[in-house]
Design a protein around this ligand. Structure first.
Ligand code: HEM
Ligand SMILES: *[C@@H]1O[C@H](CO)[C@@H](O)[C@H](O)[C@H]1NC(C)=O
Ligand SMILES: *[C@@H]1O[C@H](CO)[C@@H](O)[C@H](O)[C@H]1NC(C)=O
Ligand SMILES: *[C@@H]1O[C@H](CO)[C@@H](O)[C@H](O)[C@H]1NC(C)=O
Ligand SMILES: *[C@@H]1O[C@H](CO)[C@@H](O)[C@H](O)[C@H]1NC(C)=O
Ligand SMILES: *[C@@H]1O[C@H](CO)[C@@H](O)[C@H](O)[C@H]1NC(C)=O
Ligand SMILES: *[C@@H]1O[C@H](CO)[C@@H](O)[C@H](O)[C@H]1NC(C)=O
Ligand SMILES: *[C@@H]1O[C@H](CO)[C@@H](O)[C@H](O)[C@H]1NC(C)=O
Length: 283
């Protein structure tokens, strides 16, 4: 951990040398300063991979995303556990069409219906043209549902559902498989993992807007990398909350139902009968 301490000391030294420039912005260190993509840099549909490239946590040119580079970038940029980053890379390497590829590029992620899918929160469907650049109109459809300064699982679920309904209604080529759904839930969970609380499943809206709109980590707004390492368990908890929140149903009897879903006052046998009355056996 000597390297980390040295890097922190360096950034503190730089901050006091240039107080007017760095007063508000606690950057981890100099080499991870944000620069927008240059004309020859590759970028894709993932706002976070673009962001990590803009900060140099993964190659700034958007190429050579080897497993090693992904593990290091997700750890240094977001404190992701190595096993989690490794799993994500394993799922993404199919993006490179070469057999037995050892890296992918951010541009590889653009290929429609490999990993990239319809009904993204902030990108247009491939049917309409560019499926990977941030699209303000698409994003506005999503943010309409981000109705409080603290975002919840319900709000993210609402925006995901709205984008899917918009696509199914107006894109004659709308495609969204069960596999797309699994990835989509992970993506919609991502803002809570990077910028929020994975236990309460809440995240400040300003951080999420800033991140999507600038493809930049929101240090400027007071955010800093989590001290706790994010693991698959954190993702699964948030994904479960969002999956649950995609149901538009409310509890049967609001006054006898607590937030944790437990019923009070109704005998258990009656609850089971109510749940199963109209369902085929085995559902
Ligand atoms: C190996 C690492 C990763 C790969 C290969 C990857 C790849 C992708 C791809 C292909 C998409 C586009 C899906 C679509 O069509 O909407 C996407 C979307 C997204 N990713 Fe990533 N991603 C990675 C890591 C992350 C991380 C660490 C985060 C944040 C914690 C993140 C946040 C998001 C978000 C929020 C979206 C949704 C964008 C939208 O719906 O407009 N990703 N990612
Ligand atoms: C790609 O990244 C690996 C580390 O994962 C590094 O050893 C290699 O030199 C890089 N290749 C290029 C062309 O930058
Ligand atoms: C890819 O790896 C498999 C299994 O190791 C091997 O059989 C195959 O020949 C490799 N293909 C190429 C193009 O290297
Ligand atoms: C149209 O839908 C088909 C079938 O789902 C899919 O393979 C193709 O990539 C889609 N094309 C566009 C531009 O959406
Ligand atoms: C996250 O939320 C939980 C449950 O509401 C709370 O106990 C915890 O203090 C929160 N963590 C942070 C860092 O705010
Ligand atoms: C991490 O810990 C340091 C030292 O206790 C603290 O100053 C910082 O605010 C913490 N970061 C987060 C994101 O909680
Ligand atoms: C989601 O719903 C299931 C089934 O009701 C429940 O077991 C699970 O605890 C819920 N997940 C979360 C994170 O609330
Ligand atoms: C809730 O449960 C109580 C006690 O069993 C019962 O008297 C009451 O009518 C229930 N309320 C509703 C809205 O079902």
């Amino acid at each position: 951990m000597k390297f980390t301490i040295a890097a922190t000391t360096l950034s503190v030294a730089l901050a006091s040398a240039f107080p007017q420039k760095n007063a508000q912005v606690a950057m981890p260190d100099d080499i991870h300063a944000w620069h927008p993509a240059g004309v020859n840099d590759l970028r894709g549909p993932c706002p976070m991979m673009n962001t990590l490239a803009n900060h140099g946590f993964i190659p700034r040119n958007g190429g050579n995303i080897t497993k090693q580079n992904a593990i290091r970038g997700l750890a240094d940029g977001l404190n992701f556990d190595a096993a989690l980053a490794s799993l994500m890379w394993d799922q993404a390497i199919i993006a490179n069409p070469e057999p037995n590829a050892t890296f992918f590029t951010l541009e590889h992620l653009n290929q429609h219906n490999v990993l990239e899918h319809d009904a993204s929160l902030s990108r247009m469907d491939a049917y309409y043209g560019n499926n990977h650049v941030f699209n303000p109109e698409a994003f506005a459809t999503s943010t309409r549902y981000w109705t409080d300064e603290t975002l919840t699982a319900n709000m993210l679920a609402n925006s995901k559902l709205a984008r899917m309904i918009e696509s199914r209604a107006f894109n004659p080529n709308y495609t969204f498989t069960a596999n797309n759904e699994q990835f989509s839930l992970g993506e919609v969970a991502a803002p809570f993992i990077a910028f929020g609380n994975t236990t309460s499943v809440t995240v400040p809206r300003d951080l999420v807007l800033y991140f999507f709109e600038h493809e930049r980590l929101p240090h400027e707004l007071g955010w800093s990398k989590k001290n706790e390492t994010m693991t698959l368990k954190d993702i699964l908890n948030v994904v479960s909350s969002i999956r649950n929140a995609t149901s538009l149903l409310t509890p049967e009897s609001a006054s006898n139902q607590t937030a944790d879903g437990e019923s009070h006052g109704i005998p258990e046998g009656v609850q089971v009968a109510r749940r199963s009355l109209h369902l085929p056996v085995g559902v």
